[in-house]
Design a protein around this ligand. Structure first.
Ligand code: UFG
Length: 329
């Protein structure tokens, strides 16, 4: 299929572009390069530097490239910033996708894959989290993802849009060949910060809270490899042929891993200590978030190729070791 990948130069989008090519599809990337990296996308993939709000430009791309399905990865994802500057998040994460969707529907492109988040669940009452659990976000970032999910439901009914919304847990790792990986500015995610602390490129890691009601007192998260995530996006294509299809899937390994366990995995893989110190809890961090992804496994035949934290960290380390400056030369 001809697939427009919006945000295809970002962390998860760029891995999905590679997986699309590997699976025999034809990705086309649209990315305004605010956070994306041109170098994260192969030269031979058609690339448009464009804003989603520009419906006439997006419409031209849909027609020119004969797009059959659109994937959306172009969200802002700093939870703390979404609290202090929610307008930025509502404009980019809600208004911009609405422009894109209006343009798609007007052009007759009615298949959509949306990157949603476990942040839509807020602080769940039970674990692991299933797709049927209540969605009650505790920050504007999670709310913007839920708002788009709800818009998609209405568009499926009214316009025959077929969509899948994937609720990611903690995306992590890098391409196995080390060619692309995580490069955020600023970087806030645990694994790249721990690797950089081990390599001496950043100050000691701060462990945000060691008084949580968890086995070692630090937060539990469900780290899922970015290529495993990407493969689910492609496995869903055949489910989107019936107009009005609505699909929701959690994507995680289901294994809760604590911050201290991540540190130990980084130490084992890099062979270096991770200097770290305990710090106060970070506002808005739920104690534990991990997924029941059995629905994706059952319905999409989704398999997890990186089931444990060490195999995920090993790919991240390969990327950070070979490209300490990320995509910068
Ligand atoms: N952590 C530290 N020190 C750090 C960074 C993180 O202790 O310097 C801890 C956090 O407190 C948390 C865990 O490591 O317990 C993971 O933190 P990340 O920032 O790597 O990831 P989050 O779980 O906060 O965020 C992820 C996605 C977000 C999404 C969120 C939903 O990156 O996009 O899950 O809860 F919104």
């Amino acid at each position: 299929m001809n697939v427009l990948v919006v945000g295809g130069a970002g962390y998860i989008g760029s891995h999905c572009v590679r997986q699309l090519t590997a699976a025999g599809h034809r990705p086309v990337v649209a990315d305004n390069l605010v956070f994306g990296h041109r170098a994260a996308v192969a030269e031979d993939v058609p690339f448009y530097s464009v804003n989603l709000g520009n419906e006439s430009e997006i419409g031209k791309i849909l027609r020119k490239e004969k797009i059959e399905l659109v994937m959306h990865f172009a969200a802002y994802a700093y939870v703390g910033e979404s609290v202090t500057d929610p307008l930025k998040y509502y404009f980019n994460n809600v208004a911009a996708p609405l422009h894109l969707l209006r343009c798609m529907i007007g052009s007759g492109v009615k298949k959509f894959v949306f990157s949603s988040s476990c942040a839509t669940y807020g602080i769940p009452a039970t674990m692991p989290i299933t797709e049927a659990d209540p969605q009650s976000p505790i920050n504007p970032y999670g709310q913007t993802k839920l708002d788009v999910e709800n818009a998609l439901k209405a568009f499926a009914v009214a316009y025959g849009l077929s969509f899948a919304a994937f609720r990611y847990f903690n995306a992590a790792g890098a391409a196995e060949d080390g060619g692309i990986g995580e490069d955020h500015t600023p970087e806030t995610h645990l694994i790249p910060l721990a690797i950089d602390a081990a390599a001496g490129r950043r100050p000691p890691l701060q462990v945000f809270g060691n008084d949580y009601p968890t086995p070692d007192g630090t937060c539990l998260r469900d780290y899922v490899h970015v290529d495993d995530l990407s493969r689910a996006h492609i496995a869903v294509f055949e489910k989107l042929t019936t107009p009005g299809t609505q699909l929701f899937y959690n994507l995680g390994t289901g294994t809760p891993t604590s911050v201290l366990e991540v540190i130990r995995a980084v130490e084992k893989i890099t062979g270096k200590p991770v200097p770290h110190a305990f710090a106060p809890r970070r506002a808005g961090d739920p104690p534990a978030l991990y997924a029941d992804s059995s629905k994706a496994q059952r319905e999409l035949g989704w398999t997890i190729q990186f089931p444990d934290i060490e195999s995920i960290v090993a790919t991240a380390w390969k990327w950070h070791e070979s490209r300490p400056g990320g995509f910068k030369p």
